[in-house]
Design a protein around this ligand. Sequence first.
Ligand SMILES: [Zn+2]
Length: 234
Amino acid sequence: MARYIDIHTHRQTEQPGAIAIRNVFARDSFRQEGVSPPFTGGDLFSVGVHPWHADDIEMDIALDMIRVMAQLPACAAIGEIGLDRACDVDFDLQREVFVAQCRLACESGLPVIVHSARTHADILQVHKSNVFPPIWIVHGFRGKLQTAGQLLRNGARLSFGEALLRAPAPLREAFLAVPDDRLYLETDEAGCSIMDVYAAAAGLREVTVEQLREQLYANFIRDFGITHEDTPMA
Ligand SMILES: [Zn+2]
């Protein structure tokens, strides 16, 4: 049976029947502060410098560390990385750190998980410079239909989270426009489980949870070339 895929989470607890990509902040690993092992129980992880931390790292050291972690079999993606206009970190610096990590993802042959806060246009601008790997996922999408369309036309996958549980009309409209083969779901920092997100998503798309599970699992296998059986702790 196809497992649930939680494409981006900060939760440390395992969810039965799910494969999760747990986020590791490169800054925290670098400082060895309170980081739990990212790949217990067969889960995968992503590692990257979040734009919030772009001014709080030694870039060369952080990139070296990410490069090493990217070689581990349980490393599924570089992320979350991206841009954020809602924080005070210098925007040019954010972009520099983002671009460097996109290049590293290309070198490592890994997808990127992208954080974008009021920066979808900036993300597309960076995308134009051909530094993105072929698979890129904008996580926690809460934008409108038009924005979703622009990202999708440029090859993005869109991941939706807890917001689907209340799904205001503009988000619902954008969510329903995402083709099945470009869709992911996530828990991020939410209190709900990935099963709750799947249930809400299936309801909105008028499909069964099983159909959605099959589809997103197929997306995951295609995009990541990895199955649960391949993970080291399975
Ligand atoms: Zn996150």
